[in-house]
Design a protein around this ligand. Structure first.
Ligand code: AMP
Ligand code: ZN
Length: 112
């Protein structure tokens, strides 16, 4: 499958690994929108949150927990944001489920 994040997970496209376990892989976003900008992706290909099923609920929870752990380890004690862009209106540009972890500066709301 021609999927950018599958290739990053398997290592054929390089990335800066920040966390990994049996279910997910986390790496630095190539175009950071905040001082900390990490992507957490499942090792298995799921194209978006909209495509996730009930079977994937533990995996999605695990990814969010991994983001919180990365935030703790990265010293984001003042707070951070976790985002899952989904579909065209959600601004999703890579069709492999991913959690954005953003932090290290005050983040405004609402997003664009
Ligand atoms: P989204 O727009 O929510 O689908 O997020 C996709 C993210 O992937 C964007 O923030 C991109 O900057 C990031 N991205 C694209 N290519 C790479 C890459 N090769 N390595 C790391 N991050 C990437
Ligand atoms: Zn994929």
């Amino acid at each position: 499958m021609n999927c950018l994040f599958c290739k990053i997970v398997e290592g054929s496209i390089p990335s800066k690994a920040l966390y990994q376990d049996e279910l997910c892989y986390a790496f630095a976003d190539i175009n950071p929108q905040a001082p900390t900008h990490v992507l957490v992706v499942p090792r298995q290909h799921i194209s978006s949150l909209a495509e996730a099923t009930d079977n994937d609920t533990p995996l999605v929870g695990h990814m969010v927990s991994a983001a919180a752990e990365i935030a703790r380890a990265g010293g984001l004690s003042k707070g951070y944001r976790v985002v899952i862009n989904t579909g065209d209106d959600g601004g999703q540009t890579v069709d492999h489920l991913h959690v954005h972890l953003l932090g290290g500066r005050p983040l405004t709301w609402p997003p664009g």
